[in-house]
Design a protein around this ligand. Sequence first.
Ligand code: GDP
Ligand code: MG
Length: 487
Amino acid sequence: LSAALTEVAQNFGGKQRMTENAIAPALKSVRRALLDADVNLDVATALIDGVKRRSLGNEVIKGVTAEQMFVKAMYDELLDMMGGEVTPDSSTQINLYSPVSTLAYNSSSSTNKPTVILLAGLQGAGKTTAAGKLALYLQEREVDPDAVSLMSETEQKSTLASKLPKRKRKVLLVAADVYRPAAIEQLQILGKQVNVEVFTLGSDVDPAIIATEAVEYAKTNGYDTVLVDTAGRQVVDEELMEELRRVKKAVEPEETLLVVDAMTGQAAAFLTASFDNAVGITGAILTKADGDSRGGAAVSIRGVSGKPIKFVGVGEKTEDLEPFYPDRMASRILGMGDVVSLVEKAAMDVSEEQARKMQDKMVKAEFDFDDFMMQSRMVSKMGSMAGVAKMLPGMGNMLNNSQIKEVEGRIKRSEALICSMNKKERANPELLLTDRTARSRLERITKGSGLKFEDGLAFMSEFQKMRTMISRMAKQAGMGQGEQSEA
Ligand code: GDP
Ligand code: MG
């Protein structure tokens, strides 16, 4: 898709408004790219229509290109298609952090019926593996390790206390695949790995009876969650569906999750629709997303069935399960790094007037402390530094956590210093850089901010370097040239 979008850029040229003619070639190449990525035809058509609707007549925002605006429209459409707008409900969902991965659970306190999760899917899709992964996941605490490792301790505590309900569940795994040889043993091995008991009645008992007995066993033994691993076939067939219906009727699961191999591409759309029609599913788990699938399955599943992907399998090990984040998947499919946030940022925070002034200042190296503050606030609005770094192509792996922490600490110190400056100083960095009163001012400011004088000096030198760099970059990017030629 990225290649297609480069083509798009050439077609837009310097147009100020998105017109039917301007976007037609772009839409055509995106359509081709979607089909190449093995997206279902109906879904691709719906996507293209949506992108067109979103783009037409849009003014091109200052500071971003028409291409970037178009990519943003693509991204929004993809996001919607994959279930971006889900509002979590704290009473029925266990996971507020990642909307789409929320699992329903049995919240009625009158019965002690555990929450039942049924896993279905074709043979080899990864059901048994997913059962082990999910068992591990549900036993863990509800924490996004990426986000939390970068929070301050107080932030961590308040987030843990308020936003993130506990995920720690007592899980029972149920071996209800009685056909595949060694299926039970496979689940038992996984159960041992994740420290979860596996319920089995051997391979001569009807799966619906196994599931029913398992739920009874869970009730009397204090399990709150029952994960049922079922059998699969090579292809969708009525016998399999009938068995699933019977198991479902017997245990009334809160969730019936279809396990889908990402490598099946757009066939995933048909598969999901068939299972949903025949058995009724509540969502999907997309497995083997670590392979070189092209995103077709991820885009097609919800587009065709209306059912969300809740988790993604990204490897063979039990810890290789991630909640499904539609925004991350959309970015990955577009392979576009920070374009989206750039456009969002520009639309949200910078009025045209502001943008013009800022560019002017950048070119003339008049960038001051107020501007610095505004920029750094923008960055923090976009999320943590870690999140931002990950969005930049190639940056995700360049900074490790301690480096990011270091940068964040530095930004915090800078903000403290700027807050201790007076208005005049903020707008005139020269007073702190070259003026003869600079030293005494800086002494006052560092004292006021509770920092060491060396911290103040370090920030000033950094700021000066940055200002020069920004000016050079702005000139290179040709910013402010329009204004110059008009003047
Ligand atoms: P089932 O027949 O649906 O129960 O499928 P299994 O759970 O037995 O998995 C089939 C194969 O796919 C096994 O070799 C798994 O290791 C592999 N597998 C399952 N999930 C993933 C995944 O997310 N990534 C990768 N790379 N392999 C997976
Ligand atoms: Mg299996």
